[in-house]
Design a protein around this ligand. Sequence first.
Ligand SMILES: C[S@@+](CC[C@H](N)C(=O)[O-])C[C@H]1O[C@@H](n2cnc3c(N)ncnc32)[C@H](O)[C@@H]1O
Length: 217
Amino acid sequence: MDNARFSDQLASGCSALGVTVGPDVGPQLQRLMAELLKWNAKVNLTAITAPEEVLEKHFLDSLAVLPEVTGATSLLDLGAGAGFPGLPLRLALPGLGVTLVDTVGKKIAFIKAAAASLGLTGVRGLHARAEGKPETEGIPRAQVLIARAFMDLPDWLGLAPAYVEEGGRVVAMLGKAQTDAELQARAAERNLRVVSARAYRLPFSGAERQVAVFTKG
Ligand SMILES: C[S@@+](CC[C@H](N)C(=O)[O-])C[C@H]1O[C@@H](n2cnc3c(N)ncnc32)[C@H](O)[C@@H]1O
């Protein structure tokens, strides 16, 4: 994908999603894509490798949740894989400190290398397993905890509160939409409250997504 097409697709995708990013974000995402595809040729980081799909399914899907993250100063991305959604969110929100956690060392090695290559400050890759004990795991709490394609919602909501600072929120990026009643029930099981839930579609494939936000009590 050449630069002009990448810029056009990013702009039209952001517009369809109702999000805005600064002028530096496009070139930085292009560099991130180049790093991802270079690494992925040697080590398996993601099954999504066609540039158009990386742009839509990794980059734009990550940026789609900007409204749920904007305003936070710290973000913890559990099960970040090759850095999604944490890395695109950090690119769009330069003041955000982001910790990305994964059990797979090569994914964390990629995140660190990509952050260094892009000159990103405030990005920490952590090779760890999240099991609900942040102190012993060495995983810091954050104002906003986020995960995409990490665990089933009930398991995720069971684990999540341990990683959120007081007054913080849990952002769940869901492939399969839940009804309001289902979200309320899942939240109540874990002594959480639903703050918001929003369905959206990826701009080119039309794939359905949902983002739900929870807070304690
Ligand atoms: C399906 S991938 C999703 C990756 C990324 N969030 C995305 O949406 O592209 C799930 C990731 O969670 C990681 N993972 C699974 N259980 C974990 C745990 N308990 N702690 C940290 N990472 C975990 C896996 O290694 C894998 O990289």
